[in-house]
Design a protein around this ligand. Structure first.
Ligand code: GDP
Length: 442
């Protein structure tokens, strides 16, 4: 299993700060240095390590202190989150057409496991997504590739299109795709010619093929065991072909992991699958968060901190609800509330927590909430401190300034002010209601 050494080192350095009541510049510095060494030893690209540590530093400084969490635990959570970001998004779904034939072109150097992964993906698509799949044997360079694909096809019950390799990849693939269309297939997986090294001839053939078949996905196989070289290979292929996803193969092997950790940051191409063995079932959809947890091996701490952070947000929300109820609700409070909205759900959902307020909450819910939210935030951010405290001081000239500062219109500003006034009125109603519900929000 790869990543073991990296995991040992990271866990060791993070344990050092766990349990400390304070995360000082000094003890954090030591830990970050150790993380740096661990990543570099695992063969992570130097520039990637540097950015990674900078982001961790920035994040740590900006963190709210939670009573229930010690700073070491918080640092583990931050490192975890940054690892997830480093490893990529959750954009692992293959983009297939709803109707008609989808084409997946698979490229890669010889021996990286291109042909094997095609069979693995074909099996996944057939069994998990109920697709009628055709594999096209377009690797005309490696002598055994065509027979290998046919054997695999038989094993998984997926048809293979093959022809005399002397016809060349382009002709075979073209005919194969016609066959797929005529036969009502949903997906064609196209094997292509690999080479031992990147050379111009290979690249020209692949880009000609791409232009001809206009694939929905271009997947590149890279071998985890080649370490940092993954990055160079991925970069070359991506520069020419705009690869849509990576399949990191031999992930079950003893790789140090650095190439895998660096490749997304440097190429921006997401890892979509990992190959974890030689058999046709040995493939996994890539989940950055799962790998991050495996590398850190501290899933329990991460979950714990997440929970604590959620509670913290709830406290914030409760505080602003209290201000809401007490009638001291300024534009700043509204802004804070709106910022929390992205996590918490709209003010309306806060109101739903209050007995009897459900109907009003419904009326406040806005289906176009996201766009509206951005606008409103921009308007409030363009107000001065005094205006936010007491919007009634605003004259038309102020409103004009705010509208132009926020890229909105005077109408938008007026609308927000009217809404704010309505909310204030509602607050009064709610305050009187509150008498009937003692104990709510204190
Ligand atoms: P191609 O030349 O790129 O088409 O490579 P192949 O598909 O023939 O694979 C090369 C070798 O790697 C074969 O022996 C495969 O069984 C092996 N292989 C492919 N994928 C994996 C994987 O995920 N893990 C392991 N351990 N071996 C793999």
């Amino acid at each position: 299993m790869g990543f073991d050494t990296l995991q040992d080192k990271l866990v060791h350095s993070l344990r050092k700060v766990q349990g400390k009541s304070q995360l000082s510049e000094k003890n954090m510095d030591d830990t970050l240095k150790e993380i740096r060494v661990a990543l570099l030893e695992a063969d992570v690209n130097y520039g990637v390590v540097k950015d990674f540590l900078n982001r961790i530093k920035e994040e740590s400084i900006g963190q709210n202190v939670l009573n229930s969490v010690d700073p070491g635990q918080l640092l583990i959570k931050i490192v975890h989150d940054e690892l997830v970001k480093l490893l990529g998004s959750d954009d692992t779904e293959l983009k297939l057409k709803d109707n008609g034939l989808s084409v997946i072109m698979v490229v890669g150097l010889q021996g990286t496991g291109k042909t094997t992964q095609i069979a693995k993906i074909a099996k996944l698509l057939k069994e998990k997504r109920n697709k009628k799949v055709l594999m096209i044997a377009g690797d005309t360079i490696r002598m055994a590739a065509v027979d290998q694909l046919v054997t695999l096809g038989r094993e998984i019950g997926v048809e293979v299109y093959r022809d005399d390799i002397s016809k060349g990849t382009i002709k075979i693939v073209k005919d194969g795709l016609q066959y797929a269309k005529d036969g009502g297939f949903d997906v064609a997986l196209v094997d292509t010619a690999g080479r031992l090294h990147i050379d111009e001839e290979l690249m020209k053939e692949l880009s000609d093929l791409k232009a001809l078949i206009k694939p929905d996905e271009i997947l590149l196989t890279v071998d985890a065991l080649t370490g940092q070289d993954i990055v160079n290979v991925a970069k070359s292929f991506n520069d020419l072909l705009s690869v849509s996803g990576l399949i990191v193969t031999k992930f079950d092997g003893d790789s140090k992991g650095g190439g895998v950790l660096s490749v997304k940051a440097i190429t921006s191409v997401p890892i979509k699958f990992t190959g974890v063995g030689e058999k046709v079932d040995d493939i996994e959809v890539f989940h950055p968060d799962r790998l991050a947890q495996r590398i850190l091996g501290m899933g329990d701490v991460v979950t714990f901190v997440e929970k604590a952070q959620e509670q913290f947000d709830e406290k914030e929300a409760e505080r602003s609800a209290k201000r809401f109820m007490s009638g001291k609700f300024t534009m700043d409070d509204l802004l804070k509330q709106l910022e929390a909205t992205q996590k918490m759900g709209p003010i309306a959902s806060l109101m739903k927590m209050i007995p009897g307020m459900g109907e009003m909450a419904k009326q406040m819910e806005n289906t176009d909430a996201d766009k509206q939210l951005i606008k409103v935030k921009a308007i409030i951010q363009s107000m001065t401190k005094e205006e936010r405290e007491d919007p009634s001081i605003m004259r038309n000239s102020h409103k004009r300034r705010i509208a132009s500062g926020s890229g909105t219109s005077i109408n938008d500003v007026n609308r927000l002010l009217n809404q704010y006034e309505r909310m204030k009125k509602m607050m009064k109603q709610m305050s009187s209601l509150r008498g009937g519900f003692p104990g709510l929000f204190g």
